[in-house]
Design a protein around this ligand. Structure first.
Ligand SMILES: [Zn+2]
Length: 282
């Protein structure tokens, strides 16, 4: 089957799905809702939680606690910029994969940001890296990392829908549709997280993270440092570094939002302080 006919099949499938999921009334309500395409909702996904501790530092810092704190700081900053923010967890609990992706999909979020911290068998390995989803990993370490992060969900199984071939095709098409935007956001995030050429940037990479492949919107996963590196762990313990990381990610989301709205011919959103976006020159 040619790519075009697959796409056609998927389009028809989308229509059938939409018809099955929405009543005629709700379709017209969605179509007429003003500003429905404006960038509004962001879902932040603090990795792990509950019995799943994630990575652990030599000095005892746990990934699940660190990423929840950074996620909550980021959420406050985005809310102050006038965005609607949902967290996939707000406390130390295990949240299954399908619940994390459902929260984002049900909210029709415009961006999904998963926050994790890294681990390596090599104590000298350190730095920040940002991922967007693809079936193929950038390199062996990216593949191993995705496998490790995906393992956190293995006990829960994959979403039942993933077993349906049509849904799988649709998922691929939807993911490809957002591939460019996901890459764009990942680059913005990485540039702001490590703005200094002398900083410890491991770059923007791709890997098959299940949590990124399950969402129907631009999505990235940020590894904010290595808990297995003493210097990274010390920095990540500090309030200053956590604030810096949250500020950098908030700035990336704000820039992504401005481009998102500008592409749709929408004027920049006015935030709560009444100021306009930084790229606005009127
Ligand atoms: Zn993790």
């Amino acid at each position: 089957m040619s790519p075009r006919s697959v796409r056609g099949l998927a389009r028809r499938g989308l229509g059938l799905l939409a018809a099955g999921l929405l009543t005629a009334g709700s379709i017209s309500a969605v179509a007429e809702e003003p500003g429905r395409d404006r960038f509004d909702t962001v879902v932040i996904d603090p990795g792990h939680g509950g019995d799943d501790h994630g990575a652990a530092g030599g000095d005892g810092l746990r990934e699940k606690d660190l990423v929840l704190d950074v996620s909550q700081r980021l959420a406050s900053k985005l809310e102050a910029l006038g965005m609607h923010v949902l967290l996939t967890r707000t406390e130390d609990v295990f949240v299954p994969l399908e619940e994390r992706t459902s929260i984002a999909n049900d909210a029709r979020a415009k961006l999904f940001v998963s926050i994790h911290a890294n681990a390596s068998g090599l104590r000298g390995v350190r730095g920040i890296e940002t991922f967007f989803a693809s079936a193929e990993a950038t390199d062996e370490s990216a593949r191993a990392l995705a496998e490790q992060e995906n393992r956190a969900f293995a006990g829960q199984g994959l979403p039942a829908a993933a077993a349906d071939p049509l849904v799988a095709i649709l998922g691929d098409l939807l993911a490809n549709e957002h591939l460019h935007a996901s890459q764009e956001f990942a680059r913005m995030a990485q540039q702001r997280l490590v703005p200094d050429a002398n900083g410890h940037s491991r770059g923007v990479k791709q890997a098959p993270f299940v949590v990124l492949m399950g969402v129907q919107m631009p999505a990235a996963l940020v590894e904010i440092g290595f808990l297995t590196n003493a210097e990274d762990e010390t920095a990540l313990r500090s309030e200053a570094e956590r604030e810096r990381l949250a500020d950098a990610l908030a700035s990336a989301v704000q820039s992504f939002r401005e481009r998102y709205d500008a592409r749709r011919g929408l004027a920049p959103a006015v935030d709560r302080t009444g100021t306009r976006g930084e790229n606005e020159d009127r």
